[in-house]
Design a protein around this ligand. Structure first.
Ligand code: SF4
Length: 97
């Protein structure tokens, strides 16, 4: 490899690396992670993906966020994560209205 080619090569790999890094950040911001049952907050709140309490589900809790009708939705108690619409935790509070 002569000097010119080497410089071009470095330039190309440098910019691809930046592209990949930005792509990775964008991806993780969009694809929200489902709350793990062994997540410390989930464990403390006894969160489950399928509620065993009749009439109490994440999708009728006042802390649920995001789009109605989605299976996995954000919750104010778990920033950056999503909970199951049919899930439940000890923080459940009837949605107003
Ligand atoms: S606070 Fe608990 S019950 Fe309410 S939406 Fe979040 S995880 Fe579900």
């Amino acid at each position: 490899m002569n000097n010119v080619n080497r410089r071009d090569f470095l330039k190309i790999s440098g910019s691809s690396l930046i592209g990949l890094t930005l792509g990775g950040v964008a991806l993780s911001a969009n694809a929200q992670e489902q709350v793990a049952l062994d997540d410390p907050t989930a464990a403390a709140l006894k969160y489950v993906h399928a509620s065993e309490v009749e009439g109490q589900y994440c999708d009728n809790c006042q802390y649920i966020q995001g789009e109605e009708g989605k299976e996995w939705r954000p919750c104010a108690f778990f920033p950056g994560k999503v909970v199951n619409a049919k899930g439940w935790c000890a923080g459940w509070m009837k949605k107003a209205g």
